[in-house]
Design a protein around this ligand. Structure first.
Ligand code: AMP
Ligand code: GLY
Length: 419
């Protein structure tokens, strides 16, 4: 039987584990915290930091590894595994910079699809950032750290600042900390996520997903890892045309080729494109070098081709076209009360009342004497399928009422979606 090392312990990795288990492979799960959902699907578990290759379990007998989160990609866990003869679903460190280094991603796009970039500057001085503010108008500025921030580092004028001083204070804090800060023109439009399986030279797309990053209803409040997502039965989104999708797919393929040109490295694994449809065309918000979380749950729950076959085809350099069920999905994140603020209800009991029809993916919970507890992060993702988004939505929200504990969730995920 094929044996796969799965690295990571979030709901995304739980969804990967569930899809791998359906393809009848043996899973060795390497987690930095025990995820009870993943553990129930794995034949072996190893608990240790994900961020240090020296702490990986013995890889004897492993056929290939799947690296779920960006953290281990950013420190070169894939490079290490390849040096040990283990092929990986996940980009090598230098290629993963498409996610881990925002200025690198913007430069690649400048090379291959400049039109998809907003105006931006990778500022290394206060002068440079002030000059950019003057050129686009401070009310049109988005401030981002150059490196990883778990989706929480991006701050936008009008949403997170209402004056130049506050924006500059934040930009200068990032500049002092990292020696660089990214300022971008604020794009206006609707976002969509495109995920693709990539074999180094070609890619195969997964159904489109809409993600909801803001903490509160009506897209208010700070950015979070995400509060929920949906996908439609036809694998498109109402506001994305075939032409838009072709443009986005083309940008992603050119990006893979652009990475190869700059780094001489094949990009193998998952490429995630966060796009915005604007009145100036399709723009790239960011790339990730991994499945989205929660978007992995939307697409992997629909995958009817064996995930093992898809992964093996990536390793062989000839990615196969996967099939997905023609169903709509809605994923809703259940988070502890107070998330993502400072007074989050962590270490608090959480339980599920029997009768839940959604798939339950554990994100960050732990078991203490047989009782599940929250941490300070998102607790679990509920994923429902339906013939329509509304049907999936009604299942997920019915089930959310069956989660007991000091928890909350957004009430407007996939609300009023054009079917
Ligand atoms: P990121 O971590 O880069 O995906 O950014 C988090 C969120 O901030 C995105 O999903 C967008 O909603 C928003 N965002 C990032 N960059 C821009 C931009 N240039 N214009 C408008 N919104 C943005
Ligand atoms: N859903 C956003 C992310 O995975 O980064």
């Amino acid at each position: 039987m094929t044996k796969v090392l799965l690295i990571g312990n979030g709901a995304r990795e739980h969804a990967i584990a569930a899809a791998l288990a359906r393809s009848d492979v043996e899973i060795l799960a390497h987690m930095d915290k025990m995820n009870p959902g993943i553990a129930s699907l794995a034949s072996e578990t190893s608990i240790n930091t994900l961020m240090d290759s020296r702490k990986l379990p013995d890889t004897t007998g492993i056929d290939y590894a799947v690296v779920g989160p960006e953290g281990p990609l950013s420190v070169g866990v894939v490079d290490y595994l390849i040096s040990k003869g283990i092929q990986c679903i996940g980009a090598v460190q230098e290629a993963a910079r498409i996610e881990t280094n925002k200025s690198f991603a913007r430069r690649i796009l400048d090379d291959v699809a400049k039109i998809a970039n907003p105006k931006y500057v990778a500022a290394r001085s206060v002068d440079a950032l002030k000059k950019f503010e003057d050129s686009v108008g401070v009310e049109n500025v988005v401030v981002k750290p150059d490196g990883l921030s778990g989706g929480k580092g991006v701050k936008i004028f009008g949403d997170h600042f209402d004056n130049r001083d506050d924006l500059e204070k934040y930009a200068i804090t990032l500049l002092s900390k990292h020696g660089i800060v990214i300022l971008e023109e604020k794009l206006i439009g609707t976002e969509f996520t495109v995920q693709a399986f990539v074999d180094g030279t070609s890619l195969e797309l997964m159904p489109l997903v809409r993600d909801y990053k803001r903490a509160y209803d009506d897209d208010k409040g700070p950015n979070t890892g995400s509060m929920g997502s949906y996908s439609k039965a036809n694998h498109m989104l109402g506001y994305v045309t075939d032409e838009d999708l072709t443009t986005a797919s083309d940008i992603m393929l050119k990006t893979v080729i652009g990475i190869k040109k700059r780094t001489k490295l094949d990009y193998k694994g998952i490429l995630y494109g966060q796009f915005m449809k604007t009145d100036k065309g399709i723009k790239v918000i960011e790339f990730n070098a991994r499945f989205g979380d929660p978007e992995a749950m939307n697409v992997l729950s629909l995958l009817t081709t064996s995930l093992d076959d898809v992964f093996q085809s990536i390793i062989d350099g000839q990615v196969i076209k996967p099939d997905f069920e023609k169903k709509a999905t809605v994923c809703l994140y259940i988070v502890p009360d107070g998330y993502p603020g400072p007074d989050v209800a962590q270490d608090s009991p959480i339980s599920l009342i029997p009768g839940i029809d959604s798939e339950v993916y554990y994100a960050s919970v732990y078991d203490q004497e047989g009782v599940m507890h929250t941490t300070g992060s998102r607790a679990l993702g509920l994923l429902a399928k339906g013939d329509t988004v509304e049907e999936a939505r009604s299942i997920v929200y019915k089930d959310a009422e069956r989660v007991n504990g000091k928890i909350r969730f957004r009430s407007d995920i996939a609300k009023g979606v054009e079917e």
